[in-house]
Ligand binder design. Structure first.
Ligand SMILES: *[C@@H]1O[C@H](CO)[C@@H](O)[C@H](O)[C@H]1NC(C)=O
Ligand SMILES: *[C@@H]1O[C@H](CO)[C@@H](O)[C@H](O)[C@H]1NC(C)=O
Ligand SMILES: *[C@@H]1O[C@H](CO)[C@@H](O)[C@H](O)[C@H]1NC(C)=O
Length: 502
């Protein structure tokens, strides 16, 4: 019998042995970070934007929300923590950064909060969920928002998933009457007030979503409180006109949940199942990230990340799929299939599908357990691949491309090292700043930086720049990040170190 517990374990976490991978990391003078040095290949025109990932499984100092540009430069590293869904979204008509951070359970879900930052990286909202949840280790948590979804709606609410451990009669699928399983839930939360405006639980709808239809097999090694059966695996929630569409990975299906709580239909990736007739290309399985566009009474467009694989079940290559869904005739037609034929991927867990713009029709996919992000053009041709770690040892739950302009509330960082009796090397960076293009470097004889002497202009070339300055036996250095001639931020005044032995 297949070991289901091991399979569940490997869905989101990797064995400790995988930590010592050979992937190169970026070491910096001005920050204690150790982010992966990404490799970028570009084979055609790309849309504007930065790459947003939240890798895990590598060095602790590189486990953080990370932004890179297409020249493989780090732009931003957030606090050292496990994150998910790191991206730019619109909230109250402003661009904001949103991400989940918290504890990831070995069973493949998490407990955490959703952080919302403005374009200075100040945290303007922290969304949390404090309901009566039961966890596998019976410990209580500050917030029970699961990692799988952090979607801001156009009504300024947040859609999140939640997993609850509960006892349930599993005798119909070969279990015991008092076995433990995971309920799949979702919440809509008002961001400004943190009030719950809608909540929904699959276990209240067993007649529409029967346990017997789960693709996640039952095994002898599941069913206790610390190894609950993961029948559903809810992993995305999207607003629809009269309700929500949710993705249940372990049912190979999206379900439309009406505002009144009723399950109205099931769109299955399996032919013959669910309420729609799907064409030959529309088959999908173990999917993530169902999104909806242009919804009318008659139908809508739907996109998803089709894993088609799990740690224990290989179906086909992982693809991005784009459907026209006809609600009147209950038919699904495939519009696009995204698959880089030169780099066919089998992603056993996680992943995302992002339509970059309705004009360019470029799509960015994050490949989850495969440490890559790819951009496809309107002809479904791969134009960009960014790799940030070794496959199946480093993962980012989702991966995005986002346009982002930020000027941090913190100061630029400067580190000065002595290289000779009257020469110093000055290193400078400004974590998260997107707008500066050069540095102005000043020296001063005074610890308050007064009476500054202009030393040099240094063009921005990456996350960190440096310059050697001569004729500086002692004194202080201060640097200013500039856009053209306009100063955007100034570092602290930093003493030049003395020669060793002085
Ligand atoms: C979680 O499950 C427990 C045990 O069945 C139950 O008492 C509790 O109400 C559930 N929590 C939520 C938020 O549904
Ligand atoms: C919810 O609304 C749908 C669509 O109008 C209807 O078919 C269903 O019966 C309603 N369910 C409940 C519980 O009222
Ligand atoms: C939605 O419809 C508009 C108008 O027809 C079209 O321009 C746009 O591309 C459509 N969106 C998608 C995702 O196809």
């Amino acid at each position: 019998m297949v070991c289901r517990f091991l399979a569940a374990c490997s869905i989101l976490l990797f064995p400790l042995g995988a930590l010592a991978d050979e992937w190169p990391f970026l070491t910096l003078q001005t920050a204690p970070f150790l982010p992966p040095q990404v490799s970028v290949t570009k084979s055609g025109p790309t849309d504007p934007g930065y790459i947003f990932v939240g890798p895990r499984g590598n060095q602790e100092q590189g486990t953080a929300a990370l932004i890179y540009d297409e020249d493989a430069n780090l732009i931003y590293q957030g606090p050292q923590e496990v994150t998910a869904n790191f991206k730019v979204q619109r909230l109250f008509n402003e661009d904001v950064i949103t991400f989940w951070a918290g504890n990831m359970m070995t069973l493949g879900f998490g407990y955490g909060t959703v952080h919302i930052l403005d374009n200075t990286y100040r945290e303007i909202y922290t969304v949390s969920l404090q309901e009566d949840f039961v966890s596998p280790d019976a410990a209580s948590r500050d917030s029970y928002i699961d990692l799988h979804e952090s979607h801001v709606t156009d009504r300024n609410t947040l859609l999140v998933t939640a997993y609850n451990v509960t006892q349930h009669d599993l005798t119909p699928i070969g279990g015991r009457a008092d076995d433990f399983m995971l309920d799949g839930m979702f919440y809509e939360i008002d961001i400004a007030t943190n009030e719950i405006v809608f909540s929904w639980s699959i276990l209240d709808h067993l007649e529409d979503i029967p346990l017997e239809e789960s693709k996640q097999g039952w095994g002898d090694d599941v069913g206790t409180q610390d190894t609950p059966y993961d029948a559903y695996h809810i992993n995305s929630v999207e607003l629809m006109n009269d309700g929500y569409i949710i993705s249940l990975r372990h049912y190979w299906s999206g379900y439309f949940i009406h505002n009144n709580g009723s399950v109205i239909w099931q769109l299955s990736g399996e032919k013959g199942a669910g309420d729609f007739e799907i064409d030959d290309n529309a088959e999908f399985s173990w999917q993530h990230d169902i999104r909806i566009y242009n919804e009318t009474e008659e139908g809508f467009l739907m996109t998803l990340f089709n894993n088609a694989n799990t740690p224990t079940n290989e179906v086909a290559a992982t693809t991005g799929l784009d459907f026209n869904v006809d609600l009147v005739n209950r038919k699904v037609n495939t519009l696009r299939i995204l698959n880089d034929m030169d780099d066919v991927i089998h992603s056993v867990s996680q992943g995302s599908y992002q339509l970059l713009s309705e004009e360019s029709r470029h799509v960015v996919m994050g490949y989850g357990s495969i440490a890559r992000v790819k951009e496809f053009d309107a002809n479904n041709k791969e134009v960009l691949t960014v790799q940030f770690g070794d496959d199946n040892s480093v993962a980012s739950y989702r991966g995005y491309k986002c346009q982002w302009k930020a000027t941090p509330f913190w100061e630029p960082a400067v580190v000065v090292e002595r290289t000779g009796p009257d020469s110093v090397r000055t290193h400078m960076s400004w974590n998260g700043a997107t707008e500066y293009d050069s540095w102005a470097v000043y020296s001063s004889a005074y610890s308050d930086g007064s009476n500054p002497k202009f030393e040099a202009v240094v063009r921005r070339t990456g996350f960190e720049d440096s310059i050697e300055l001569n004729g500086l036996p002692s004194g202080y250095i201060q640097v200013t990040a500039r856009k053209g001639e306009i100063p955007l931020g100034t570092s602290p005044v930093t003493p030049t170190p003395q020669m060793e032995g002085n």
